[in-house]
Each structure stands twice: as structure tokens, then as C-alpha cells.
Design a binder for this molecule. Structure first.
Ligand code: 4NP
Length: 162
């Protein structure tokens, strides 16, 4: 019987893709009245930006769609996160490989690519937008909005079965 779920989004730096997923998913969770029931967090596999705010380009495109990322701060993912979270969701295959390397025995978390929850079929990874232009940040948001809807539908179903 499980009445609460926790979700950790992971990318490389925790300043572009995973904080965007954090903000979008948190927004959906609040909108559906599930704030006390579904916990949301994000982290990076690298430590370059620990303590930093999300990238200003991510903050901007997210705010244009009504999501507030300004209060988020980067942290590095830890092995212990596998015992704390129900879902650990990687943005790309490199993130997934790095997470598999630190995954402890008997994890609580289900580790998968975030876009496994997506409706669209074209992308299986959320492309790293860091060295690209503004359109990359819009694509990140499109993919994240799509997969967030799918993930929340799955969690809703699991909450109803419990
Ligand atoms: P993120 O993007 O993994 O989506 O946060 C990146 C942020 C920083 C760097 C690379 C990707 N970097 O090389 O500093």
C-alpha cells in the first residue's frame, strides 16, 4: 500500500533540463491538489554548478509558459537518492549510464529515461540545450510538458489502485 510518491529528475548540470522538469512537474502536481502526496526534486550527475540557480535561458522560457524556476538550486545526485525516491528519471542515456554506475543494491527507486512517459515517439532523450540556441530550450519544454502529463497519469493510477 503506497499513498505517497517521490520523483527525482536528473540531468548533467542540474541547471537546464532537470530543473525545468522539476518546475513543470511541481506545477502540475500543485494544480491537481497533490502537493502533499507527490514530492518533486532534481539533481545533476556532475558537480560543476552545485548551489547555482537554473540557467537564465531556462528560467526565461519556463516563465513564458507560467513556470517559476528561480528558487531552485543545483545539487549533485547521490547513491542514497536511490533509497529515498520512487522514481529517478534521467534526461538522456549518458545520465542513465552515470546513474547506473552509482545505483546501490536493492534500490527503492525505479530508474528510467524520463521520455518513457512521453506520448510523442520522435525523441527518446531530452537533448542537452546548454551549447545551443533558444529553440533548444523550447524543445526541452515541449518534451518535458508532454512526459510530465504521462508520468502524472501513471502516478494517479497507482494512487487509485493502492
Ligand atoms: P543540463 O545542461 O544538464 O540540462 O543542466 C548542462 C548544463 C551545464 C553543462 C552542460 C549541460 N556544462 O557543461 O556546464
Amino acid at each position: 500500500m503506497q499513498s505517497r510518491y517521490s520523483v527525482l529528475f536528473v540531468c548533467l548540470g542540474n541547471i537546464c533540463r532537470s530543473p525545468t522538469a522539476h518546475g513543470v512537474f511541481q506545477h502540475l502536481v500543485s494544480q491537481q491538489g497533490l502537493s502533499g502526496i507527490v514530492e518533486v526534486d532534481s539533481a545533476g550527475t556532475a558537480a560543476f554548478h552545485v548551489g547555482a540557480k537554473p540557467d537564465h535561458r531556462s528560467i526565461k522560457v519556463a516563465s513564458e509558459r507560467g513556470y517559476d524556476l528561480k528558487r531552485l538550486r543545483a545539487r549533485k545526485v547521490q547513491s542514497e537518492d536511490f533509497h529515498r525516491y520512487d522514481y529517478i528519471l534521467a534526461m538522456d542515456n549518458e545520465n542513465l549510464r552515470n546513474l547506473q554506475e552509482i545505483m546501490p543494491d536493492n534500490p527503492k527507486a525505479r530508474l528510467q529515461l524520463f521520455l518513457e512517459h512521453s506520448e510523442q515517439q520522435r525523441f527518446s532523450e531530452v537533448p542537452d540545450p546548454y551549447y545551443g540556441g533558444a529553440r533548444g530550450f523550447d524543445l526541452v519544454l515541449d518534451l518535458i510538458e508532454d512526459a510530465s502529463g504521462g508520468l502524472l497519469r501513471e502516478i494517479h493510477q497507482r494512487l487509485q489502485q493502492d
